[in-house]
Design a protein around this ligand. Structure first.
Ligand SMILES: *Cc1c(COP(=O)(O)O)cnc(C)c1O
Length: 504
């Protein structure tokens, strides 16, 4: 394997968080998504940023993406990987910068919503189908890949959009009928592409996610799939093909801050991430493991503040009601990617992780050892209530003429609390995860409660009028597109729906 520095590097292997078995190559981890033992794949070591920040600061987003990702996908052909990146970050992004960094007041907003579905998941999902196709080729597999995904809103559309009509793939998306916004639902049920299926389930996101997990681990279904030339893979944020592309933009943001003169080379930054499944903030942690100078990782939750509780007490307790908030992509009680952090904090101890995950499954709660709690120091957890989220949107717009969505507002509000509490003035980057136009009701009503009651599509137009911002192209005329998917099923019938779609 060649590194981009030209030196020879051993192929990087991946192993499950729940066994001590030796590793597999990245292609296999990408294709499998989740490990057979239910664990998540993690790299056995973290490649380091070896080039200087001065040199990297001259790179385009795509070149930086290649530099970072070639260190993780070491069994991919260089040309293939470069081609994947080229296809992912194309004109579907509305700016060649891909991820602009905007300074507003004392915070740097890393805008991750310039892709096809206007949310940060495009950053990785636009790449995943291409990574998967290459990985299948690398492994000489002759099966059709079936992508099965549970979504709390944004992943679903981003995955559908990216896999639509990609050869030798099919995609099936489950979403909670009452747990996504009108716009998010509309985006999904109007999805084109002969290989796409979208199903609403009667239940919440965790029901959908658990249902998908069960389907993945159903042995008899696996046999039928095999016999019919299919194999499952996952587009969920547990796939390393999702996680690794997300590391890139934190390094990119760091280089931008250097360029803006906000930091000297080598100076530490803080990173604030509105968090749900813990994928995005884990990527920030991984960027730090690669050598990016990061001081604190600020984990922002909405009223589903399970991570805040965990970070402050070491107890993860999901025995509580899920609250539906105006930041639905963060309405989650099981943050799957936390398992990877725990694995790292435990000193790579699969038995410890197995114990914690068993406890979570059986009792709905786990507590980590004091030695692990100490290692959580780098993380700061806080949350924003609904009224705080709305007033943050209003304040940022009225004071700085800058429009943010509800998820970004949760992050922004939590950052304010952090500064007040700690007086830490380290330059800070906020992962801005969605366009405000994706959540027009909450955003517009934050500016002026008088708009309550309008439908989402009218709200988009009004939001544009009131703020003077243009409606992003993917949302224009969406209400006129035909509905192509209308199946609704119960949590227990998910597996039947999958069989029906695949004809097995
Ligand atoms: C998915 C999502 C999040 C949460 O990201 P995780 O990686 O699940 O923590 C935050 N904001 C938006 C808009 C999202 O779509």
């Amino acid at each position: 394997m060649k590194t981009t520095d030209g030196s020879k590097m051993e192929g990087l292997l991946y192993k499950s968080t729940r066994t001590s078995k030796s590793g597999i190559v990245s292609s296999e981890a990408v294709v499998r998504g989740i490990a057979p033992d239910g664990g998540l794949y993690v790299p056995v070591a973290f490649p380091q940023i070896e080039r200087t920040f001065d040199e990297l600061s001259g790179y385009s987003y795509k070149k930086l993406a290649f530099y970072v990702m070639s260190k993780f996908f070491t069994d991919f052909d260089d040309e293939d990987l470069a081609d994947c990146i080229e296809k992912a970050y194309d004109e579907k992004f509305d700016t060649p910068e891909i991820a602009p960094v905007i300074n507003i007041s004392d915070l740097y907003f890393l805008e991750l919503y310039h892709g096809a579905t206007l949310a940060f998941k495009d950053m990785a999902l636009s790449l995943l189908p291409h990574l998967l196709t290459s990985a299948v080729k690398n492994l000489a597999i002759d099966k059709e890949i079936v992508i099965l995904t549970a979504t709390s809103g944004d992943t679903g559309k981003a995955a559908l959009e990216s896999f639509s009509d990609v050869q030798n793939t099919r995609i099936i998306v489950f979403y909670p009928k009452e747990g996504v916004s009108k716009i998010q639902e509309r985006q999904m049920i109007t999805q084109e592409g002969s290989n796409t299926s979208v199903i609403a389930i009667k239940g919440n996101f965790d029901d959908a996610q658990n249902g998908v997990k069960e389907i993945f681990s159903d042995k008899s279904l696996a046999k039928d799939m095999e016999a019919n030339g299919y194999m499952f893979s996952s587009a969920n944020s547990i796939n390393i093909g999702r996680l690794i592309p997300q590391i890139v933009y934190y390094i990119h943001a760091y280089l931008k801050l250097m360029k803006y003169g906000a930091i000297d080379r080598g100076q530490k930054i803080n990173i604030v991430v509105p968090t749900g499944n813990f994928g995005n903030i884990l990527a920030a942690y991984y960027s730090h493991k690669m050598g990016l100078p990061v001081a604190r990782l600020i984990c922002a939750s909405n009223e589903n503040n399970i991570l805040y509780d965990f970070l402050t007490t070491g107890v993860y307790d999901k025995r509580r009601e899920l609250i539906l908030t105006s930041s639905p992509s963060m309405d989650i009680l099981i943050s799957s990617n936390l398992e990877r952090l725990l694995y790292d904090l435990s000193g790579n101890d699969p038995l410890a992780i197995q114990g914690l995950m068993d406890s979570l499954k059986e009792k709905g709660v786990f507590k980590i050892e004091d030695s692990m709690i100490k290692k959580l120091d780098m993380f700061y957890g806080q949350y924003a209530t609904e009224p705080e989220t709305f007033s943050t949107i209003e304040k940022v717009f009225k004071e700085h003429d800058y429009l943010i969505d509800t998820h970004t507002a949760v992050g922004c509000c939590v950052y304010g609390k952090y500064r007040n509490e700690t007086k830490d003035d380290t330059p800070s980057v906020l992962a801005s995860t969605a366009s405000p136009f994706k959540f027009p009701a909450a955003v517009l009503c934050s500016l002026d409660p008088g708009y309550k009651g309008l439908d989402d599509f009218e709200l988009i137009k009004k939001l544009s009028e009131v703020t003077g911002r243009q409606i992003p192209a993917p949302l224009k005329d969406m209400d006129k597109k035909p509905v192509l998917h209308d199946t609704v099923c119960s949590r227990d019938d998910m597996i039947l729906e999958v069989k029906k779609i695949l004809g097995i």
